[in-house]
Design a protein around this ligand. Structure first.
Ligand code: NOJ
Length: 453
C-alpha cells in the first residue's frame, strides 16, 4: 500500500516570527541618556545573577541592529517581536523625556521595516526605571500613572509605522517573582501577599492604559493585546472528566490576570481565595482593565498534568524526577501545552485571536563545532514537536494566528545571565559573532514553506 504523507501546512497568512526584549539584547545600558533600570541595579547585587553578569553590553544590539535585521532577512523571518525600554524614553520613569531614546527606536523601526520585517512592539518587558522603584515600584499606584504617559508617548511616536502592540509581558513574572518570597527576579523584594496582589492590580491598570493609548493614537489598523504566561494544564487523558478538571484548573490558576481582563471583575472564587489579601480596587479600574483587545499573546513553554478526582475540582499529578526537561529546571518538555494552552482560553474567554508570543527552550552547553556549526538538534526537535500540537489546535478550530520563537539569538536570561542560551542564533558574547544554529536553518524552511518540515 503506498503511503501518502499529509503535509502539516499552516493556514494562509500565518504569522511566523522571532522574539526578543530590549533589556536582554540591547546593551548600551547607560548610553545616550538611558536611565538605570531595576535590572541594571539588581544585576550588581552580589549573588543575584549567575556569574554576576550585567546587561551593560548584552548582544550590543543597540549598535548592531542593522546587521541583526540583515540576518533575520537572510533567514526569511518576516515578523519580529521586540520591546521598548521605558528608562531609555523616560530615564526617571516620568518627568523629562529623553529625545535620544525616541530617536533610537525611530531608527530601529525604520531599519526593521527596510529589511521587510513587521515589528510587534511590547511596551513593557520587565525593565522598570529604578527611579520609580525608589518610589515604591509596582506597589505604588503612581507607577501606573507614569506608565500611561510613557505608553502614550511611544504609541504617538511610532504608530505611523507600528501596527501591532503588546501592552505588557508576563505580569506574574515581574510582580510575583519580583516582590514575593518565592521570587528570584528584580527588584528582589519580599512583600506580604496583600502587597503582592496590589502589584498585579497596578500592572493590570497599565495594560488598560496601553490599550487606551493604542485606541486613541494608534491610527488606522492598529491592534493591541497583552502577553500572558498563563499556567497550562494537560488533561492526563482526553476524557470529558479530565478535560473538565483541566478547565477548572486553568480558570483558577489564571484568575488574577485573565478574569479581570476578559470578564471585567475578579471572580467570586478568586475573592474567596484571596480573602483579606484582595488588592484595593478603585472605581473605574475594572472598566479600564477590561477594555476590549484584539488578541491574546501567550508565552507557553511548560505545564502541569491534571485529572479529575472524587470530591475535588481537579488533581494535579506530581512529575516524576526523571521527566524530560531542558537546562531550565522549570522547563519540562510537554508539547501538548501548545494545544491545551490555546484551546482552553479560546473556549473559556472566547478570545478572537491568539498569538504564541514566545515558545522555545534554554540550554547551558551549546558549543560550536570545528566547522563552526551549532547542532542544537534538541531545540529543533522540541520546537517541531510543540508546533505539531499547535497545528492540531488550529485543525480543531482554535483561532491561533501566529507563532514567535523565543529567541532570535542567545541573550541575557535574567537571573541566569548569559549561561542559559535560548537563541536559534548563537552569540559569542566575547566577539559578538552571530552563528545561526541548526534550528535556525530548519525554522527558516518552516517559514518559507509554511509547514512543518
Ligand atoms: C519569558 C520572558 O518573557 C523572557 O524574557 C525570557 O527570556 C523567556 N521567557 C525564557 O525564560
Amino acid at each position: 500500500m503506498p503511503i501518502k504523507p499529509k503535509p502539516l501546512t499552516f493556514p494562509k497568512n500565518f504569522v511566523w516570527g522571532v522574539a526578543t526584549a530590549a533589556a536582554q539584547i540591547e546593551g548600551a545600558a547607560f548610553e545616550d541618556g538611558k536611565g538605570e533600570s531595576i535590572w541594571d541595579r539588581f544585576a550588581r547585587i552580589p549573588g543575584k545573577v549567575l556569574n554576576g553578569d550585567t546587561l551593560d553590553v548584552a548582544n550590543d544590539h543597540y549598535h548592531r541592529y542593522p546587521q541583526d535585521f540583515a540576518l533575520m532577512r537572510k533567514l526569511g523571518i518576516k515578523n519580529y517581536r521586540l520591546s521598548v525600554s521605558w528608562p531609555r524614553i523616560y530615564p526617571n520613569g516620568d518627568g523629562e523625556i529623553n529625545p535620544k531614546g525616541l530617536e533610537f527606536y525611530n531608527k530601529l523601526i525604520n531599519s526593521c521595516l527596510k529589511h521587510g520585517i513587521t515589528p510587534w512592539v511590547t511596551l513593557f518587558h520587565w525593565d522598570l526605571p529604578q527611579s520609580l522603584e525608589d518610589r515604591g515600584g509596582w506597589t505604588n499606584r503612581a507607577t501606573a500613572d507614569a506608565f500611561a504617559v510613557y505608553a502614550e508617548t511611544v504609541v504617538k511616536a511610532l504608530s505611523d509605522r507600528v501596527k501591532n502592540w503588546i501592552t505588557l509581558n508576563e505580569i506574574v513574572c515581574f510582580t510575583l517573582l519580583g516582590y514575593s518570597k518565592v521570587g528570584d527576579k528584580a527588584p528582589g523584594r519580599k512583600e506580604s501577599e496583600k502587597v503582592v496582589n496590589q502589584t498585579y492590580h497596578h500592572a493590570l491598570l497599565c495594560h488598560g492604559h496601553a490599550v487606551k493609548a493604542v485606541r486613541n493614537f494608534g491610527g488606522k489598523g492598529a491592534r493591541v493585546g497583552i502577553t500572558d504566561n498563563s499556567a497550562v494544564p494537560i488533561p492526563v487523558t482526553e476524557t470529558p472528566a479530565d478535560i473538565a478538571a483541566a478547565r477548572a484548573w486553568f480558570i483558577e490558576k489564571n484568575s488574577r490576570i485573565l478574569e479581570p481582563i476578559y470578564t471585567g471583575r475578579y471572580s467570586a472564587d478568586h475573592k474567596k481565595r484571596m480573602g483579606a489579601d484582595m488588592p484595593d480596587v478603585q472605581k473605574g479600574d475594572l472598566g479600564l482593565i477590561s477594555l476590549p483587545t484584539d488578541f491574546l499573546g501567550l508565552n507557553i513553554y511548560t505545564g502541569a498534568f491534571v485529572r479529575a478526582a472524587k470530591g475535588k475540582r481537579y488533581e494535579e499529578l506530581p512529575l516524576p524526577a526523571d521527566f524530560p526537561r531542558s537546562s531550565c529546571p522549570w522547563l519540562n518538555i510537554m508539547p501538548q501545552v501548545l494545544y491545551w494552552g490555546t484551546r482552553l482560553p479560546a473556549e473559556i474567554y472566547k478570545v478572537p485571536a491568539i498569538y504564541i508570543t514566545e515558545n522555545g527552550c534554554g540550554y547551558d552547553v551549546e558549543t560550536l563545532t570545528e566547522s563552526g556549526e551549532v547542532h542544537d538538534l534538541h531545540r529543533r526537535d522540541l520546537v517541531r514537536n510543540y508546533l505539531h500540537e499547535l497545528h492540531r489546535a488550529i485543525a480543531d478550530g482554535v483561532p491561533v494566528k501566529g507563532y514567535f520563537l523565543w529567541s532570535f539569538m542567545d541573550n541575557y536570561e535574567w537571573q541566569d545571565g548569559y549561561t542559559r542560551r535560548f537563541g536559534i542564533v548563537h552569540c559569542d558574547f566575547k566577539t559578538q559573532k552571530r552563528t545561526p544554529k541548526t534550528s535556525a536553518k530548519w525554522y527558516a524552511k518552516v517559514i518559507a514553506e509554511n509547514r512543518l518540515v
